[in-house]
Design a protein around this ligand. Structure first.
Ligand code: SAM
Length: 223
């Protein structure tokens, strides 16, 4: 999965287009806008009043969700343990071409630090601990009841149906703590069905500009 091209989305933030998959890494209506709305506001925010939060991301990609989480962790002084898998990491030069730090008025070096290596286990800042693996989602074993939030940010179900299966969502259900959330941008029927079969309770929430709805799937407290 190489051959990626830099694009600018409608909110001025950049993203990559993956030629092989035929998809962008983010919504073309606005990369930062989409990440902030779906993953940070609906996924992370409900846990930011705690002392610490643990997040698992499927598809680290450009690191935008991680960067916005780092910023929220520093602003709110909450320790975030952020774990992510990415099978095809972008390289440092590709990361350096993204304009997120400039638009978010934060350090470029800090952004490059999260792209230092495809495998990491380190505190990047006082409040943001990053653990990354270069592995396939299909192959990984996840610890039971380990995370508060899952950011499920794979390419679409049309492009990568193998990522959106009931079996995969069962593993994510089990790795969430009861009361935890999985958030994802897709609201497709097959995604809803697979999430329900895995045990999740679904909420359809209003989407960012250009997207009517997205999904927040909860692992109920009693499970
Ligand atoms: C929609 S993009 C992710 C966007 C990312 N969260 C960001 O903020 O840039 C999907 C990502 O999943 C990765 N990916 C594709 N197949 C994968 C697999 N089997 N396991 C893990 N990651 C995979 C792709 O390389 C890509 O980076």
């Amino acid at each position: 999965m190489s051959n990626i091209q830099l694009h600018t989305t409608e909110d001025g933030s950049t993203t990559y287009f993956n030629e092989q998959v035929g998809e962008h890494y983010h919504s073309t209506f606005g990369a930062i806008q989409e990440s902030q709305h779906i993953f940070i506001n609906a996924g992370l925010e409900p846990f930011l009043s705690r002392k610490s939060v643990s997040v698992f991301e499927v598809g680290f990609g450009t690191g935008l969700n991680a960067l916005l989480t780092l910023m929220a962790a520093e602003k709110r002084e909450v320790i975030v343990h952020y774990s992510a898998i990415e099978l095809y990491p972008i390289n440092r030069t590709e990361a350096a071409s993204l304009n997120f730090p400039e638009l978010l008025k934060m350090s470029h070096e800090l952004f490059l630090k999260i792209h230092e290596s495809p495998v990491m286990d380190t505190f990047v800042t006082d409040h943001f601990h990053l653990r990354k693996w270069q592995e396939s989602f299909e192959g990984i074993t996840l610890e039971a009841q380990n995370y508060d939030v899952v950011f499920f940010d794979a390419f679409s179900p049309e492009a990568q149906p193998e990522m959106w299966t009931t079996e995969g969502f069962i593993r994510l259900f089990q790795t969430l703590k009861p009361g935890g959330y999985l958030v994802t941008y897709s609201c497709k029927g097959l995604v809803k069905r697979a999430l329900k079969e895995a045990g999740f309770v679904l909420e359809k929430l209003p989407g960012p500009p250009g997207k009517r709805e997205f999904l927040r799937a909860g692992r109920p407290e009693w499970t």
